[in-house]
Design a binder for this molecule. Structure first.
Ligand code: SAH
Length: 972
């Protein structure tokens, strides 16, 4: 079974191919576990969605995308993907210009096999149920149904393409009466030379070359080419940059003349390669008004997009210069002051890519550049602390530091480090920040060397500023060679302090915030008191310690030596998934007009503020697909806009976790940022086929990381639940032990892989520290209460089973459940009903989810953060319980050695919130490659190496001779 799609050099239909949907799944696209709260239950359709429905219908009537079999670079993905399509009025009217085909692009978002949508869930009206689903449970179901509706009707919201590339732009010939007609100047280019330079223009109709292009774009044949044209009595030459007349009310277009020719229609044409202003790109014009960042209005982006126009539409020359991203800010400023416009990057709609220019366009790919550290007067990058982990093995490997923001239990950074190691880069998660204490404990438990900061990201940023100031104040970067100051070396004579006297022995921690809940945020130090043990440590305000400057100095010096906090320029990579809870949920609580003012979306701003402050070489942001859907993808556009305004290269992709070897769909957005001085990472192509469970937002359909339909993919078979969990020992509903033996040998390639030890995974996060290996952690289900346990025991052990199989339920018209009037309501031993009312009324009685059983040959749409079986399919195929934390962790690709911390529900949350580890690992490989300067053309996707999923020969042999596939043999 192969997933996705056509060649990117053409108009890829990037879709994850539909495989028959498992019988018992309610065709449910993602329920977004983390950032989403309730979906909109209102019946009124989203106006954006309606707009998109209209436009997508229209788009589908247009000409199909052009299959372009030869993937020459200049005919690459960006060629025909501009948000704008500009053609001369004449051409447009004649309808021959092919722009319709070009703009059409891959609009057909795939349609999941979905049941009809239902827009509202139901309130719980059953007050006799002991444990009712809470609001979130119910709303989660609603949300999924809302998405189903959107998928079925429109293939998603979003309307960027109607605003941008979906709209045909028409360059207007000048309307004035001209004293002298516009004309070509001088002799034509000699025929032989012209045919060599522009062969397609001269290809006879019906020839191979012409035929090749005919689907793509009907190109006007040429009679002869020129090098100069006179328009409005001014001469323009090949290679000149010009303003081109646009439709009334639109800003003039900007382009570069790449051909001047007389067509076989005897018209005078020029070919224009377009520049994009920032507002012509994926960055919305609205973002020019956002006040936390600015774009230089002189900056434009050169695209690969070209088309033909009549020469009359040329208006005037414009002086556009190429500015190397590696220039010093002063040199750049001086250069820019002399031109009308400048460009330092290219832009391509495919994967919303802003990238350094390839050398043929004046770019300086791969050159060594000074880090662009304009934010700070101390360049710490040249004075790196030397506290990075000494490599226990692979001494020669290059190392890099990683800051994981909103780290949760650390899945994203873990995966990144694993993948980077595979590519030869030792990436160390040096710092991690999360406000959830349990998540921090999990991370710490698996990453001995990481400075785990249990605080809010916004406080972390304030702390960084203070820390930088302290480091400067104490001039720490010059005291690196100073001997360490002992913490206990003075005032020994004061050992016997009078009772009740507190004297600062040393400072042991620092934070910004309000640790004592005083109502006022500020800078605090944690104080160890002389003669008192650590249990007496207290947080003291920094200004209350003014009589202990030495202690502060010692703390700052040693903190600097140990890199307890990152300084600007010292972080190589920042990764993170800032929660944006304001984009999901009830319409009436969502701010469409200005999503950035919604407090629940604030973390996106904080994330970018931290990037802006620390200026890492690389950024990787993860988020839910809603950031590309809600309010015309405003937040996704904002994230790109911030990166681009900070002079980062950027690239956005939507990745499906299942494509990297999981029985889970889980589509997420990933956004790379890379300083202009480094290589921008690509997106890793899928390794596995996947069972389709999701919807790609229309406006960003060219950002789906997938193969083209026509490509030879060599993908591994899609995984199903059996592959992932069939080797796990049987456990009951009540399972108090969170550590046990595996008992059964791995049966599948996946199981073998997921059970590898840290060393074989190339996981350096514990260094040389010995750690329990080979045990099975967290294989515990959320314990159902007696009522639910009784119910679950009555759900048959068969594919597709759910509450509808319980006694007294029948399915009426429209696939709606009702109580069978002939059967008295069955009661549990507690006296409560066997079939709870909330199950009957959920999604107006149409849902198959309450108390649903998963089956061995199925996949899940998304591993979510909750384990209650009331409105989601989470029961084990053959055991009377919900999936355990470990089973969920398996579906998320956590290695078995990764142990979680906290109460059971918290562990489920950590796992459900996580970036699927195999996805992060694949991205880590790509980061490692880029980091080490590997640059293989400007194609945005790449193939992972064949041995990316490690498998030793012995295991391979055993797997091939032993139990086939994931045959289920349950241990007792
Ligand atoms: N990337 C993580 C998952 C992150 S889930 C992984 O792969 O495992 C989002 C996390 O953001 C949650 O753990 C939540 O506790 C944290 N969070 C939410 N708001 C925060 C804030 N203001 N500051 C710091 N962390 C926050």
């Amino acid at each position: 079974m192969s997933p996705v799609t056509p060649s990117p050099a053409t108009e890829p239909r990037r879709s994850t191919r539909l495989r028959s949907t498992p019988a018992n799944a309610d065709a449910d696209p993602d329920s977004e576990p983390r950032r989403s709260t309730p979906a909109d239950a209102d019946a009124d359709p989203d106006p954006d969605a309606e707009r998109e429905r209209v436009s997508s219908r229209r788009k589908r009537q247009r000409k199909a995308a052009d299959p372009d079999p030869d993937g020459e670079p200049e005919r690459g993905p960006s060629r025909s993907r501009g948000k704008r399509q500009r053609t001369s009025a004449g051409n447009a009217a004649a309808g021959t210009r092919g722009s319709a085909a070009k703009v059409d692009g891959p609009k057909d978002a795939q349609q999941p096999a979905g049941a009809g949508a239902d827009d509202a869930g139901s309130a719980i009206d059953d007050d006799i149920c002991a444990e009712e689903p809470d609001v979130e449970d119910l709303q989660m179901g609603e949300e999924e149904d809302e998405e189903e509706g959107a998928a079925v009707q429109a293939g998603g919201e979003g309307s960027a393409e109607t605003r941008g590339s979906g709209k045909k732009r028409v360059a207007r010939p000048g309307a004035r009466r001209k004293a002298v007609q516009d004309h070509f100047v001088g002799e034509p280019v000699p025929d032989g030379e012209a045919r060599q330079r522009w062969p397609d223009r001269y290809a006879a109709k019906g020839s191979d070359s012409q035929a090749k292009r005919s689907d793509a774009e009907e190109e006007i044949g040429a009679l002869r080419h020129y090098t100069t044209v006179c328009v409005d009595e001014a001469n323009f030459h090949l290679g000149d940059d010009v303003y081109v007349k646009a439709a009334p009310g639109e800003d003039n277009y900007i382009g570069r003349i790449t051909e001047l020719f007389e067509g076989i229609d005897h018209g005078s044409h020029f070919t224009c390669r377009w520049f994009f202003r920032v507002e012509d790109t994926v960055i919305s014009p609205k973002l020019l008004e956002v006040n936390d960042h600015k774009h230089d209005r002189k900056r434009v982006f050169l695209s690969e997009e070209k088309n033909d126009n009549m020469i009359e539409s040329i208006i005037s020359k414009v002086n556009i210069i190429y500015v190397s991203p590696n220039m010093t800010p002063e040199a750049k400023a001086q250069l820019i002051s002399k031109c009308d416009l400048y460009y330092d990057m290219s832009y391509s709609v495919a994967y919303s890519t802003f990238a350094n220019m390839p050398p043929e366009n004046g770019g300086a790919m791969g050159s060594e550049a000074a880090s662009d550290l304009s934010c700070d007067d101390v360049d710490y990058s040249k004075k790196k602390p030397i506290a990075d982990i000494a490599a226990p093995h692979d001494e020669q490997m290059e190392t890099a530091t990683l800051l994981d923001l909103y780290s949760g239990c650390g899945a994203m950074s873990t995966g990144l480090c694993l993948g980077a190691a595979w590519s030869g880069l030792k990436l160390n998660t040096k710092w991690a920040v999360d406000m959830n204490t349990n998540a921090c404990n999990s991370l710490k438990q698996n990453h001995t060397f990481t400075q785990v900061r249990n605080e809010k990201a916004e406080d972390f940023l304030s702390l960084l500023r203070h820390w930088d100031a302290l480091c400067k104040k104490y001039d720490v970067h010059n005291s690196n060679s100073l001997p360490r100051t002992s913490n206990n070396d003075e005032d020994d004579e004061n050992e016997n302090l009078p009772e009740g006297t507190f004297e600062v022995e040393k400072l042991v921690d620092i934070c910004y915030g309000d640790p004592n809940s005083t109502g006022k945020a500020g800078l605090w130090f944690k104080v160890r008191w002389k003669t008192y043990d650590p249990s007496y440590d207290t947080w003291e305000p920094s200004d209350g310690l003014s009589d202990s400057p030495e202690r502060i100095k010692e703390f700052v010096e040693s903190g600097y030596r140990e890199s307890i906090l990152p300084l600007p320029g010292c972080v190589d990579v920042i990764c993170g998934g800032p929660p944006c809870q304001g984009i999901s949920g009830l319409n009436r609580f969502r701010n469409y007009e200005d999503p950035l003012t919604d407090e629940r979306n604030k973390q996106l701003i904080v994330f970018m503020d931290i990037v802006n402050y620390l200026r890492p070489k690389y950024v990787l942001m993860e988020n839910v697909v809603d950031i590309l859907k809600f309010a015309d993808g405003f937040l996704g556009r904002y994230a790109l806009s911030r990166l681009v305004a900070m002079s980062y290269q950027a690239r956005l992709g939507m990745m499906v976790a299942g494509c990297y070897g999981l029985p889970q769909f889980r589509m997420r957005v990933f956004l790379w940022g890379a300083l202009p001085s480094v290589v921008l990472p690509k997106f890793p192509l899928p390794t596995h086929d996947v069972i389709n469970r999701g919807v790609v937002p229309n406006a960003f359909s060219q950002c789906l990381v997938a193969y083209n339909e026509t490509e030879d993919k060599h993908l591994k078979e899609a995984l199903v639940i059996r592959d992932a969990i069939s080797d796990l020992p049987k456990v009951g509903n009540h399972q108090p032990n969170d550590v046990m033996d595996h008992r059964i040998r791995p049966k599948t390639e996946f199981q073998h892989y997921i059970r590898l030890n840290r060393k074989d995974m190339k996981d350096y996060s514990l260094g040389d520290a010995t750690h329990k290996e080979g045990l099975l952690f967290d294989h515990q289900p959320l314990q159902l209460n007696n009522d639910d346990y009784e119910r679950v025991q009555q759900i048959p052990v068969k594919k597709g089973a759910n509450f509808r199989d319980l006694k007294g339920v029948r399915v009426g018209e429209n696939n709606t459940v009702e109580f069978d009037p002939d059967i008295p309501r069955v009661l549990l031993s507690s006296g409560k009903p066997l079939v709870p009312s909330y199950a009957m009324t959920f999604i107006k009685g149409k849902s198959l989810k309450p108390f649903g059983r998963l089956w061995w040959d199925e996949t899940v749409a998304t591993v979510v953060t909750r384990a209650e079986p009331h409105n989601q399919i989470v029961l084990h195929p053959t055991q009377h319980r919900v999936l355990t934390i470990r089973e969920n962790a398996r579906l998320q690709g956590f290695p078995d050695y990764y142990r979680l911390s906290g109460p059971i529900k918290q562990k489920y949350i950590q796992v459900g919130n996580a970036v699927a580890v195999p996805v992060a690992r694949a991205l880590g490989y790509s980061l490692g490659q880029a980091y080490q300067g590997e640059f293989d053309g400007d194609y945005p996707l790449f193939k992972l190496p064949g041995n990316f999923i490690p498998m030793d020969q012995a295991t391979l042999a055993r797997l091939s001779e032993g139990t086939s596939g994931g045959e289920v043999v349950e241990a007792e």
